[in-house]
Ligand binder design. Structure first.
Ligand SMILES: Cc1cc2nc3c(=O)[nH]c(=O)nc-3n(C[C@H](O)[C@H](O)[C@H](O)COP(=O)(O)OP(=O)(O)OC[C@H]3O[C@@H](n4cnc5c(N)ncnc54)[C@H](O)[C@@H]3O)c2cc1C
Length: 446
């Protein structure tokens, strides 16, 4: 059913008018793809910028069927529009968990592959692509190809992190991990500054999950002060007798909702600074241990519906970059100094140490080093600051995450070493506002 509507992704910036179609039956989808070109593919719109925006959009949300689950081998096959939250509802009671999950569970499997998403376990278990065995891809002419490491390899790797530009991921088969309980054994450590948090990350690589919330406005001795969260799936031995009775069941909590957009003045440099100080001081002790449910550990923001509205109607942009390990210390320090001098802060910036990336997935974002993700309210002066940050990221050999981007220029992509090969290998028929802005589809085989 075609609908003309104004759509945006999670940052609410940019907002574009689009014709959106949603179909669930394969012959209809095939027919539709043959008639519409170029087409933009859209999952659940949880990318922040314009990756799934375009004039003619196909929403995958009706491709939402589970096709097979083998609880012994932990192998799941489902359609590309199934949400990770829906998968968790099915697999958790079976003692299974997602191999990799981003900071929200409201994304589709197609979106997880197209952005090659990473989680808090990247240093140990890589990004989503590492756990995908195969997927079925529909090309613009309606042909369906099964892609894996053995079959149609080129398309397999182009699609991993390929931002929806190779074809429609109809279904995917991937490996889940086994768990004994739905709880996480968490350790939280306070770090006074950047040097300390980096030392802590590097001495904690045995932990499966690690992530730090960093105060991006702290300066001087306190620059980079953070709270490091480390986590492991709790075993039956770790939980209380009460929890052991139903170890894979978590009592449901009520979710908060932000019912309207906050007014412009609600979020300014002062409120962000005060919030960050409060957050850093929420723990007095140097180190604390707790046993928490998987939900607040992996998805702390999902408990507040529509939290993106606190940035007001103009929306916000997320800025995520990664720097090679060798340059991370100097690079992060200069970038944090530039941000604090600008006074345009971010609530809770997220710092993480990545392990090795996937060299065959040419547009996949992660590479070994430190990644920082920050939110900035959209206001005229923010774009100037972000261009300044782009130059610093490039100077230190780093790169930006496409799925979070809404504004970078094509020059900022220069540290994706296989960019030209990616562009030239793309099959025809798919595009997006992001692809046009960055000229990703300019040389493809159309
Ligand atoms: C609160 C929050 C936290 C996040 N945390 C993380 C994180 O920790 N790590 C991380 O890596 N990301 C993170 N993200 C980003 C998010 O995981 C990715 O942007 C993801 O791709 C969104 O998936 P989606 O289903 O919403 O797809 P959309 O946002 O609609 O689309 C994203 C991309 O996938 C393509 N696509 C979608 N479905 C298909 C399909 N079936 N076939 C082909 N292409 C398709 C689109 O064309 C587009 O290029 C976070 C986002 C939010 C809002």
């Amino acid at each position: 059913m075609t609908q003309q509507q104004v759509i945006a992704n999670w940052g609410n910036y940019p907002q574009l008018s689009a014709e959106v179609d949603e179909l669930g039956l394969l012959p209809d989808v095939q027919n539709y793809l043959q008639q519409q070109s170029p087409l933009t593919l859209r999952g659940n719109g949880r990318s922040y910028g314009d990756a799934s925006l375009g004039k003619q959009v196909f929403s995958t949300l009706k491709l939402n069927k589970f096709l097979d689950l083998n609880t012994e081998s932990g192998i799941l096959t489902c359609q590309g529009g199934v949400l990770l939250s829906e998968i968790l509802d099915v697999i958790l009671p079976q003692g299974l968990f997602l191999p990799v999950t981003p900071g929200t569970k409201f994304i589709t499997v197609g979106g997880a592959i197209a952005s090659d998403v990473h989680g808090k376990n990247h240093h140990k278990e890589g990004s989503f692509s590492r756990h995908v065995l195969s997927f079925d891809l529909m090309l613009a002419d309606g042909t369906i190809l099964t892609c894996s490491r053995q079959e149609n390899q080129e398309l397999f790797w182009l699609t991993m992190g390929g931002m929806g530009l190779t074809g429609l991921i109809l279904s995917a088969t991937f490996l889940l991990k086994k768990i004994e309980t739905a709880y996480i054994r968490q350790t939280c450590i306070k770090a006074r500054n950047l040097a300390e948090i980096m030392d802590l990350f590097e001495s904690s690589t045995d932990w499966t999950y690690s992530v730090a919330w960093i105060d991006c406005l702290a300066t001087g001795e306190k620059q980079g002060r953070s709270l490091l969260l480390l986590g492991e799936h709790a075993t039956l031995e770790d939980v209380s007798p009460n929890q052991k009775a139903n170890p894979l069941e978590i009592p449901q909590k009520r979710k908060l909702n932000i019912p309207f957009y906050f007014p412009r003045f609600a979020l300014n440099g002062l409120t962000v600074k005060a919030f960050n100080t409060l957050y850093y001081n929420k723990q007095w002790a140097k180190e604390s241990q707790s046993l928490i449910s998987y939900d607040p550990f992996f998805y702390p923001l999902d408990s507040i519906y529509n939290w993106n509205r606190i940035y007001g109607k103009p929306g916000f942009v997320q800025y995520q970059f990664v720097l090679p390990k060798e340059t991370s210390k100097d690079g992060l320090s200069e970038i944090l100094t530039t941000i604090s001098q600008s006074g345009q802060g971010s609530f809770l910036a997220v710092l993480k140490l990545f392990g090795k990336g996937e060299p065959e997935a040419w547009l996949s974002f992660p590479m070994e080093g430190y990644t920082l993700a920050l939110d900035f309210k959209v206001q005229p002066k923010v774009f100037e600051l972000l261009e300044q940050l782009d130059r610093l990221v490039l100077k230190y050999g780093g790169r930006l995450y496409l799925t979070k981007d809404a504004r970078m220029k094509k020059e900022a992509l220069q540290n994706y070493p296989h960019l030209e090969q990616f562009k030239q290998s793309l099959p025809p028929g798919f595009t997006s506002h992001l692809a046009e802005r960055l000229e990703l589809t300019i040389n493809n085989k159309q």
